[in-house]
Design a protein around this ligand. Structure first.
Ligand SMILES: *[C@@H]1O[C@H](CO)[C@@H](O)[C@H](O)[C@H]1NC(C)=O
Ligand SMILES: *[C@@H]1O[C@H](CO)[C@@H](O)[C@H](O)[C@H]1NC(C)=O
Ligand SMILES: *[C@@H]1O[C@H](CO)[C@@H](O)[C@H](O)[C@H]1NC(C)=O
Ligand SMILES: *[C@@H]1O[C@H](CO)[C@@H](O)[C@H](O)[C@H]1NC(C)=O
Ligand SMILES: *[C@@H]1O[C@H](CO)[C@@H](O)[C@H](O)[C@H]1NC(C)=O
Ligand SMILES: *[C@@H]1O[C@H](CO)[C@@H](O)[C@H](O)[C@H]1NC(C)=O
Length: 274
């Protein structure tokens, strides 16, 4: 992503140079070019899944420039800002306020001044900025790091028949959708450590629905789970409620016939006695 930022910075420089050379003479152009190339600053946003390794790189140094210092400034929420610096002339590194052992130079800063976070944790959300000081000026690249936590997805049926799809402890909150759509109720519960549990419980009025799928979409990847609807005994394709009505009607008819037969029987006995 930062390559993109760098590319656009380069494009701006190129277009400025074209404008300058088209309208002025060479001595002026040299002066303009120098002032435009100097401080180059860009920010990019970066998303990383928790428990992976992240490597943040510094702006590259142009061939003619000579490195003086590299400084990483790390600003995390609820922590003092930490600074890691490397001085080329003395070949020394320094760290101020840096207590987190999982954030370090990627390799030897004299070779590669990138910063490494290994493993990435939820507390690493923040702003990381590399400042490169060279004989040709200062260059900055900032990263807004957002740590992602994949949710744990489960799908189950409650005793009352509702189907529940749950995406637990995801960061950011996951999105839940159903196929086919049902009568759903979705709630989000923040867990305090920036993760959120999303739970959607649904019912389907249409009794022809025999299987439903829950799709969970998240920046760390999408998941889909299916479950067969358990709606009691289904006889001859009739759903339970229809079946009950049929049984009831049949039973009522049987009762009426029984009463009529009984009545006729007693009438006969009475007639015989008489
Ligand atoms: C360049 O431009 C400046 C002012 O714009 C002028 O004084 C100078 O003579 C020009 N130089 C040449 C080589 O044309
Ligand atoms: C980069 O982000 C930092 C922190 O949010 C902000 O202070 C700075 O102005 C931004 N720089 C650019 C060039 O957008
Ligand atoms: C060290 O932490 C203090 C207190 O939060 C802060 O004021 C200071 O700027 C930090 N120093 C560096 C070099 O980041
Ligand atoms: C810088 O210091 C490291 C050890 O701290 C050493 O291995 C390396 O050779 C030094 N580099 C230069 C250019 O002096
Ligand atoms: C966030 O908090 C919840 C509830 O305490 C816990 O289950 C989960 O593992 C935590 N997640 C992380 C990434 O620390
Ligand atoms: C996940 O699903 C969303 C929409 O539901 C889609 O935009 C995205 O591209 C999907 N991501 C992956 C990695 O398949």
């Amino acid at each position: 992503m930062h390559t993109l930022g760098r590319m656009s910075a380069l494009r701006v420089l190129i277009s400025i140079n074209i404008m300058v050379s088209a309208s002025t003479n060479s001595s002026l152009m040299d002066r303009q070019q120098r002032s435009f190339i100097l401080p180059v600053e860009a920010n990019t946003s970066l998303s990383k899944p928790v428990d992976t390794k992240a490597v943040l790189s510094c702006p590259p140094i142009t061939q003619k420039a000579v490195l003086v210092t590299i400084r990483w400034e790390i600003i995390l929420r609820d922590k003092p800002s930490c600074t890691r610096a490397y001085r080329r002339d003395t070949n020394e590194t320094r760290a101020i306020n840096c207590s987190d052992k999982t954030i370090s130079w990627d390799s030897r800063p004299d070779r590669n001044p990138a910063l490494q976070i290994d493993p990435v944790a939820i507390t690493h959300d923040g702003y990381y900025r590399c400042e490169v000081v060279t004989t040709h000026g200062h260059f900055y690249h900032g990263y807004h790091l957002k740590v992602l936590v994949p949710p744990e997805v489960t799908l189950f049926q409650l005793e009352n028949g509702a189907i529940v799809c749950r995406a637990a402890a995801g960061k950011p909150a996951a999105q839940i959708s159903w196929t086919p759509g049902g009568d759903c109720h979705t709630v989000e519960e923040p867990l305090g450590n920036d993760t959120v549990t999303v739970q959607s419980s649904c019912r389907w009025e249409d009794h022809r629905v025999s299987k439903v799928s829950c799709s969970v979409s998240h920046l760390t990847g999408n998941t889909s789970l299916s479950i067969a609807l358990n709606q009691g005994v289904i006889v001859l394709g009739f759903p339970p409620s229809t079946l009950l009505i049929i049984l009831y009607v049949k039973f009522s008819l049987f009762l009426v016939i029984l009463i009529i037969v009984g009545f006729i029987y007693f009438q006969r006995i009475k007639d015989c006695r008489a």
